[in-house]
Design a protein around this ligand. Structure first.
Ligand code: NCD
Ligand code: ZN
Ligand code: ZN
Length: 442
C-alpha cells in the first residue's frame, strides 16, 4: 500500500498540464498515473480538480537568524514560506554575525536544526579579507554573495582586484558567485548631494537619486570581471532595463539572473503611497523598467523569480527615508502575485513552474527538486486559481506584520503545501511536526 496518493488534480509538468494523480512514498514521487490506476494508500488527498505546481524554490531569503530574530527567524519565516507555496529556500549571509567563515556556516547549520518547516540551503559571503575562507569551500553551499554596495548588514566589497581573484578561486571550484550590483561610490555621491541640498527629501526623490546607472554600471563591471575570470555569475534582484540588456548581450550558461516581485509588481508610482516603507535596495524603478523585466522573463534572459524576502519591523521602516531600513517581506505573496497574472494571460502555469522551481533547481544544481517527476522530492503546492482574496497584514505569518501589497486583491492562492510528502500547510493551518532538511547539490 502507498503512503499517500493525491487524486483529482491537474499536474503542472515541464511538458504541460496533465490530468493525473500522484503516488508518494518516503518523501518522493513514486509514480504519476491516471486516477483510475492509483493504488490504495494510507492517506488519500482529493485535490478537488485544482492545479498542482512543484513547490517554489526561493533562492533569495533573509531569515535574519542569527542577529535579528525580532524581525523574523526560521520558525516564523518558514511558516510564511509554506503559506506562500515555498518548499525550499536559500538563506542570505548578511546576518549578525555574517556568514563569512566556515565556522559561522557550521553554526548556522546547527542553529536551523529542528526549526525550519521547509528544506533549505545557505549562501556564503565574500568580504575584502576572507579569501582564505573561500579557498576552504568545497560545495555544500548555494553560492558566495558579493555586495558591491553597503546594504543592510554591510558586507561591502568594492575592490575589483579582490573580486576578480575571488571569482577565479570560485570559478575553479565551480561555485556560483551571486552579486548585489550597485556602485557605492555613485550612490554616495548622489546621496551626499541630496543631503547637502538642504531640501526636505521625499521618498520619490530618494529613489530616483539612487538611479539605474548605479546598478547597471556595477553589473557591467562585474560581468567583465566574471567573463575574464571564467566563473559562474548570478545576478540578484535585477531591476533595470539597462541590466536586462547587459545580461541579454552576454547571456550564456555561466550568467544567470533573478528578478524580485517588487520590481515587477511595484514601481515609482507606488512610492508616494508607501512613503518611507518603499525603501528597498535596489530601489523601485519606472514602469519602463517593469516592462523590460517582464520581457527578460519571457525571452529567458532572466532565469527565475526570487523573493528577496527582507523583513523589517514597522518601527525601522518609518520616518526619514535616509535612515529607514531597506527591504520588503515577500514570501507569502510572490506566488499569489504570479498566479493572479494567469488571469490576465501574462503568465502560464508552465512558465510559473519554470521560473519558480525548475530553473532555480537547475541553476543552483539542487538535487531531486524543481519538477513534478518520478523519483523527485514530493515538494508540492496545490493552488486554487479561482480563489480571490485581499492581502491582509493580520493574516500574514511573517513576524514583521506588514506588506507592501496590503489591500491588493489577488486571484490564485496556495491552499495546500507538501514538503517531502508531508502536508505542512492546509487552508491557513500549519502543521509543525515534520521539519525540513538541508538540500543536496549535484
Ligand atoms: C536586504 C536586507 O534587508 O537584508 N534589503 C533589501 O533592500 N533588499 C539586503 C539586500 O538584499 O540588499
Ligand atoms: Zn541585495
Ligand atoms: Zn536581499
Amino acid at each position: 500500500m502507498a503512503e499517500l496518493v493525491i487524486k483529482n488534480s491537474h499536474l503542472v509538468l515541464p511538458e504541460g498540464v496533465v490530468d493525473a494523480g500522484l503516488v508518494i512514498g518516503a518523501g518522493k514521487i513514486k509514480d504519476i498515473v491516471k486516477d483510475s490506476a492509483l493504488p490504495e494508500a494510507d492517506t488519500v488527498v482529493d485535490a478537488g480538480g485544482k492545479y498542482i505546481l512543484p513547490g517554489m524554490i526561493d533562492v533569495h531569503v533573509h531569515m535574519r537568524e542569527p542577529g535579528a530574530v525580532s524581525k523574523e527567524g526560521w520558525v516564523t519565516g518558514s511558516k510564511a514560506a509554506v503559506a506562500g507555496g515555498v518548499t525550499t529556500l536559500f538563506d542570505m549571509p548578511n546576518t549578525q554575525p555574517p556568514t563569512t567563515s566556515i565556522e559561522e556556516l557550521a553554526r548556522k547549520r546547527e542553529n536551523v536544526k529542528g526549526k525550519s518547516l521547509v528544506d533549505y540551503g545557505f549562501h556564503f559571503a565574500a568580504t575584502p579579507d576572507n579569501q582564505e575562507e573561500l579557498k576552504k569551500l568545497f560545495g555544500g553551499i548555494a553560492s558566495v554573495k558579493f555586495y558591491t554596495c553597503s546594504t543592510v548588514g554591510s558586507l561591502l566589497i568594492d575592490n575589483d582586484a579582490v573580486i576578480f581573484e575571488d571569482f577565479r578561486i570560485l570559478g575553479e571550484k565551480q561555485l556560483i558567485s551571486t552579486v548585489h550590483a550597485e556602485n557605492q561610490v555613485m550612490i554616495d555621491y548622489w546621496m551626499n548631494a541630496l543631503k547637502e541640498s538642504g531640501e526636505d527629501v521625499s521618498p520619490l526623490t530618494y529613489a530616483k537619486a539612487r538611479g539605474n546607472i548605479c546598478a547597471s554600471e556595477s553589473l557591467n563591471s562585474l560581468i567583465y570581471l566574471s567573463k575574464s575570470a571564467g566563473n559562474k555569475l548570478h545576478v540578484a534582484h535585477i531591476s533595470t532595463l539597462e541590466e536586462v540588456n547587459l545580461v541579454r548581450k552576454f547571456k550564456d550558461p555561466q550568467l544567470t539572473a533573478e528578478v524580485s516581485p517588487h520590481h515587477l509588481f511595484l514601481s515609482l508610482d507606488d512610492v508616494g503611497r508607501l512613503g518611507s516603507y518603499s525603501r528597498v535596495n535596489p530601489p523601485l524603478r519606472s514602469e519602463v523598467d517593469n516592462g523590460a523585466l517582464w520581457e527578460g522573463l519571457f525571452d529567458g534572459t532572466i532565469d527565475m523569480i526570487a523573493s528577496d524576502h527582507a523583513p523589517h519591523l514597522r518601527e525601522s521602516k518609518e520616518g526619514d527615508v535616509f535612515t529607514a531600513s531597506a527591504g520588503f517581506p515577500e514570501l507569502e505573496t510572490t506566488l499569489p502575485l504570479l498566479l493572479n497574472e494567469t488571469h490576465k494571460s501574462r503568465l502560464t502555469l508552465e512558465l510559473i513552474a519554470k521560473i519558480t522551481a525548475e530553473n532555480p533547481a537547475r541553476v543552483f544544481r539542487v538535487k531531486n527538486k524543481g519538477r513534478i517527476e518520478k523519483g523527485f522530492d514530493a515538494d508540492l503546492v496545490i493552488v486554487d486559481l479561482d480563489r480571490e482574496k485581499v492581502v491582509r497584514e493580520e493574516e500574514l505569518f511573517t513576524k514583521c506584520g506588514w506588506s507592501p501589497y496590503a489591500g491588493r486583491t489577488l486571484k490564485g492562492w496556495p491552499v495546500k503545501t507538501f514538503v517531502g510528502g508531508n502536508l505542512v500547510f492546509d487552508e491557513g493551518i500549519i502543521y509543525e511536526e515534520k521539519k525540513g532538511r538541508e538540500v543536496n547539490y549535484y
